[in-house]
Write a protein that binds this ligand. Sequence first.
Ligand SMILES: C[S@@+](CC[C@H](N)C(=O)[O-])C[C@H]1O[C@@H](n2cnc3c(N)ncnc32)[C@H](O)[C@@H]1O
Length: 241
Amino acid sequence: MMERTKKLIAMNKEWQSFWHDKWEQGDIGFHKDEYHPALVNHGPGAIAHAAQRLHGTQQLRALFPLCGKSLDMKWLYNYFRQENIPATVVGVELSETAIASFKKEHCSFMDHSKSKSLALQLHVADFFKSSELFPTASEHFNFIFDRAALVALPSELRIPYVEQCRNIMRPGGVILLVTFDYGENTTLGPPFSIPKQQVESLYHFAQSIQHLERRVMPATSKKFTDEMITDIYEDDYLIIL
Ligand SMILES: C[S@@+](CC[C@H](N)C(=O)[O-])C[C@H]1O[C@@H](n2cnc3c(N)ncnc32)[C@H](O)[C@@H]1O
């Protein structure tokens, strides 16, 4: 095995135990008890783009990589139901605790989700093994919602992450990406700062990258104020592969 690959595997393992500890300790400040504005504001448009690119009898498949117990999965499922769009919503998450907690908290919604044309599938798995998890073209995705996934990864793991996304997307697939930008500081994450230039470089192979919206939020956490960072920008991008 090449030295670089060995190093990345070791680094991924180290980060996995970081996230397992977070879930075990209930230290999950990243989790939001509301739907994310990027999905609510731009999800329908992004889905429409993805739907236009469906071939033949293909159905929409939407992926939440590094999904935690995000309520956004529920929002998208309900959106597909309301709009009568046959689809499968898939979440991939390392932590069993996160997935068990999602199922417990959203039991009734999960019970209602047994419809023929709609499905929700949650996988407890390492996202870096996605090509093994979704090996066939029919399992590949038209849409990815990336909130707090790319920005949760250190710089060394970002290209391998983007490669995984690329490998399991259908041609013409659409990514709705949410990033944070607080300058070039690489040591304060997660969440890491990923300015526009880096998004463009990571997704250099995309057909198009459109910046959709920027929100500003006060940086309240001590690690930011210690570095004199007062504002953090949250950016939404529409990436068409
Ligand atoms: C910052 S949290 C974001 C969770 C979710 N996207 C949200 O918006 O609430 C990052 C999540 O990625 C998960 N994670 C980290 N590395 C992973 C990996 N290699 N495969 C799958 N999940 C991973 C962590 O357990 C954690 O739940």
